[in-house]
Design a protein around this ligand. Structure first.
Ligand code: VGL
Ligand code: ZN
Length: 205
């Protein structure tokens, strides 16, 4: 069984948002077109309290994209984004979510960031996604969404670790940093992941 997992396709990550991913809106029609080919579609939603420690605004003298150590973990500081209940944390109206059965929220603990849809960055707490997918007899995970070099990548690596056959649909993601994304995709492929294009999907499924 194959599942499409939509990562953080939220207003703050789209052009005009507070942590906009260049060209992020271009993935929406692709993701909408792909959904009918999957038996299961789930989504993740970055969902931070306003005092989340990944925000530069929570640290005196720090600015977005500075790097600090947060409880022993390397932490990039971000502009405030995806604050619970705000329009920026919402999904864009153009995104079709009718087929999305469940939404897994992450980043809710103010003390720890959570890039992956499976675990927080310290791998301490599960979102329940792995168990949910296994319970649905999923063995193949197809990933799309934002940002390619951060949350899509982290989700992909955890997915491999959870022993799912894992695909990143390359044209259905966009990175914040292109160089980081290139390196991330090398790590993903080295770990056994597969990169595919959306055009090849309907025939493959
Ligand atoms: C993300 C940075 C901070 C993402 C979330 O969804 O890629 N990036 N929070
Ligand atoms: Zn975040």
């Amino acid at each position: 069984m194959k599942a499409l997992v939509l990562i953080d396709i939220q207003n703050d990550f789209l052009p005009g948002g507070s942590l906009a991913v260049p060209g992020g809106d271009a993935i929406i029609p692709i993701v909408n077109r792909l959904q009918p080919f999957f038996e299961l579609v789930v989504a993740t939603q970055d969902w931070h309290p306003a005092n989340h420690k990944s925000f530069a605004s929570q640290h005196n003298g720090k600015k977005p994209f500075d790097i600090i150590s947060l409880h022993g973990l390397r932490q990039t500081l971000w502009p405030d984004h995806c604050i619970q209940g705000t329009p920026g944390a919402g999904f864009p109206g153009e995104l079709n979510l009718n087929k999305t059965e469940t939404i897994f929220r992450k980043g809710t603990n103010p003390e720890i960031d959570s890039y992956s849809g499976f675990y927080d960055n310290g791998h301490r707490k599960s979102t329940g996604l792995a168990g949910y997918l296994r319970n649905k007899k999923v063995n193949e995970v197809y990933l799309a969404g934002l940002a390619g070099d951060i949350c899509v990548f982290s989700t992909a690596m955890d997915s491999l670790e959870e022993k799912f056959i894992t695909f990143i649909i390359e044209d259905a993601t966009r990175p914040i940093n292109r160089q980081d994304f290139k390196k991330a995709m090398q790590d993903f492929v080295a770990g056994g992941g597969k990169i595919i294009q959306s055009a090849s999907l309907p025939a493959a499924l």
